[in-house]
Design a protein around this ligand. Structure first.
Ligand SMILES: NC(=O)c1ccc[n+]([C@@H]2O[C@H](COP(=O)([O-])OP(=O)(O)OC[C@H]3O[C@@H](n4cnc5c(N)ncnc54)[C@H](O)[C@@H]3O)[C@@H](O)[C@H]2O)c1
Ligand SMILES: O=C(O)[C@H](O)COP(=O)(O)O
Length: 631
């Protein structure tokens, strides 16, 4: 096998910055024309990097403008130490172990490059760069003009002189790096985009590398993380707040954000190469879709409800599901309270009349909420908050829940739905969307309600029989209603909304397009919360608060490799895992196991030394669903 050489650029590749820009900042510190000179230097650098200006001209102009001395260069070295690219820092061990295969070839200056790169194990004799010339006072007066790197196409000239015997891979952010490949002196050019992305460079690249792991991964070389994060593909649907995309991109993932939901067929196609899926309430994540989701690790519901997800099929596939159980609850509560007040005053009807120019000033049938009986069905996170606020407004609060829930404030628990409905002036629904809750409210339940009562549903559409609701609104049994959720909802804002409720004669009706949780605050909160759970699961395997996985909160991984084993909940798996490890004399430094009815989740932290065959044996254990290694 021929030897591999990696030729690495320095400015904006090994380090995050262009060193001469920083040198200028240092040399002009405190001077009025600092920004002007910095701007000039930066645009000269860009012109050279993008091939618009010959390198010699660019170098000469920048050195002339710099007006720097040795002291400034020393300060630059100090600052550059903190500006090494993140993925270079992470992979320091690789740079040390493979130092004889690595060359730094830069059109910058050895004076500051060598002290930085040698700290990462690069050999001084493998650093090729220009050198400054100084005058008697230590001021930079020029550069060594004999060095090919000071010339136009200098990197190509140098590479010709070096005559490297092996496969050469060039890694850089600039056009001058690509020139080596263009001249036929390298097998591949990697456009390194961790710090800057220049289209002229990426367009010409054989491979775009957002970090060093991407390069090491393609060469099957050891790297700092178990998988290049840029290869983790995230699909966010349903107009999830842009903060979520930003947060996941900051982590290094490759994120696609779509405005609407996708139907089953579209999603089944799209999901094939997706590792992480983010949805809201509209997307139906069915068993059929999951059949194609062979790379899927986790799903984030950027909302509370998870009834749109086949949680069992996810478990069977080893896909962890997370949601945002609290982030939008306050928004729903505020809307419920607001709607109750509006309906008690017949405001929806009055607004419709005003739109038509009709003035109906009257107190008839308009009431305060104070002193009225509020019946809350489902006393969970939302129901309980409604209870507190309603009580603060002077309402008498009653609630019914299928599980034992502590009454907050002076709220009264009642023991049946019928009892609750018979005594409430206003009924508000806050139950979850589990399948057994479909049609919880039908003709019978409406018949139990008081004459002239008000009904609010901000929970889930299928929970209410819409035709039965229309009937009691039309016949005047109910005085008004607010409905935010529907059994069938449009997939996006372009699709038409169609519901029997549009036909009701009762105009004291508020219909809203499932916006109970749609406030800026809620969406920003969710866009922070769910990506955090996603990142935590990817980085540590932690499933704390997952809605379908055994909940394990795991410590950060330090100096160990973590084996994450998801399996069907059958007996003996832990023993089998430990047998494999014992047979290979692998020391376990920590182990965690949790199961639920269907699956088991074993996390094993081990010493680093182990062979590929260990992984294969662990994967081959019967009833394994998914297995991954984390480091
Ligand atoms: N409209 C919106 O935009 C919007 C926003 C957020 C949440 N929601 C929906 O609101 C509902 C409540 O959310 P949450 O965060 O309070 O959920 P939660 O899980 O905290 O509370 C639900 C409560 O309902 C109870 N419950 C379930 N079935 C019941 C039944 N048949 N009868 C009586 N009680 C029953 C549960 O025991 C639980 O206490 C969910 O359906 C959620 O999807 C809608
Ligand atoms: O489950 C929820 O949180 C609500 O139904 C909100 O859903 P949405 O994110 O689709 O608005």
């Amino acid at each position: 096998m021929s030897k591999k050489y990696f030729v690495i650029d320095f400015d904006s590749t090994f380090t995050k910055v262009e060193a001469l820009d920083i040198l200028c900042e240092i040399a002009y510190e405190g001077q009025n024309n600092k920004d002007e000179v910095a701007h000039k230097i930066k645009s000269i650098t860009d012109d050279a990097m993008e091939g618009r200006l010959s390198f010699r001209e660019a170098l000469q102009s920048r050195v002339d403008l710099l007006n720097a001395d040795k002291g400034h260069v020393n300060e630059l070295i100090k600052r550059l130490r903190n500006q090494v690219s993140e993925s270079v820092k992470r992979n320091k061990q690789f740079f040390k172990d493979y130092s004889s295969d690595l060359l730094i070839i830069s059109s910058g200056f050895k004076d500051f490059i060598e002290p930085i790169v040698t700290e990462y194990g690069i050999k001084p004799e493998n650093v090729y760069a220009n050198t400054f010339e100084y005058d008697d006072q230590g001021r930079i007066s020029g550069f060594d003009a004999q060095n090919p790197l000071s010339e136009h196409e200098g990197k190509v000239k140098l590479m010709k002189q070096l005559k490297l015997d092996g496969d050469v891979y060039v890694i850089g952010d600039g056009y001058t790096d690509f020139e080596i490949r263009k001249a036929g002196l390298a097998s591949k050019f990697y456009a390194f985009t961790e710090n800057i992305e220049r289209s002229i460079v990426t367009e010409n690249a054989d491979h775009i590398a957002p970090n060093f792991e991407e390069i090491l991964f393609t060469h099957n070389l050891p790297m700092a993380t178990s998988y290049p994060k840029n290869r983790i593909k995230v699909l966010l649907l349903e107009n999830i707040h842009a903060d979520a995309k930003a947060k996941l991109e900051k982590e290094g993932y490759n994120v696609e954000l779509l405005k609407g939901a996708l139907d089953e067929e579209e999603l089944a196609e799209k999901i094939k190469d997706v590792h992480i899926l983010g949805i809201r309430s509209k997307t139906q994540l069915t068993r059929k879709v999951l059949e194609n989701a062979n790379r899927l690790m986790l799903v984030g519901a950027f909302c509370i409800g998870t009834n749109q997800i086949d949680l069992e099929a996810c478990q069977e596939k080893g896909v962890a599901v997370f949601n945002a159980p609290y982030s939008n609850t306050r928004s729903v509560v505020e809307l419920a309270i607001g709607e109750i007040i509006l309906l008690m005053r017949n405001i929806p009807q009055r607004m419709r009349e005003m739109d038509k120019g009709q003035w109906s000033k009257s107190a008839a049938n308009a009431q305060e909420v104070r002193g009225k009986n509020l019946g809350i069905v489902g006393y969970g996170n939302i129901g309980a908050q409604v209870s507190i606020i309603a009580e603060m407004m002077g309402m008498n609060v009653f609630y019914y829940d299928i599980v034992e829930k502590l009454a907050l404030g002076n709220a009264t628990k009642v023991s049946s739905l019928q009892e609750l409905l018979e005594l409430s002036d206003i009924v508000t629904l806050h139950i979850d969307g589990r399948p057994e809750n479909n049609n919880t409210f039908g003709a019978q339940e409406f018949s139990w309600m008081k004459e002239g009562a008000i009904f609010v549903n901000l929970a889930r559409g299928p929970v209410v029989d819409i035709d039965a609701l229309k009937e009691v609104l039309d016949n005047g049994k109910l005085r008004g209603a607010a409905v935010d959720v529907f059994p069938v909802e449009p997939k996006n804002n372009k699709e038409k909304f169609d519901s029997a409720l549009n036909e009701t004669e009762n105009r004291n009706l508020i219909l809203t397009p499932h916006i109970g949780g749609s406030t800026e605050e809620a969406q920003v909160n969710i866009a922070d919360f769910v990506p955090s759970k996603m990142i935590e699961y990817v980085n540590t395997g932690s499933t704390f608060n997952s809605v379908n996985f055994p909940n394990l909160q795991l410590p950060q991984l330090e100096n160990a490799h973590r084996l994450l084993h998801i399996h069907k909940n059958v007996s003996g798996i832990l023993a089998k895992i430990n047998n494999v490890l014992a047979n290979h004399n692998i020391n376990i430094v920590g182990q965690y196991l949790k199961t639920n009815e269907k699956i088991g989740y074993v996390i094993t932290d081990i010493d680093k030394a182990y062979g590929r065959e260990v992984i294969e044996e662990l994967k081959a254990i019967d009833d394994t669903i998914k297995f991954r290694v984390l480091y």
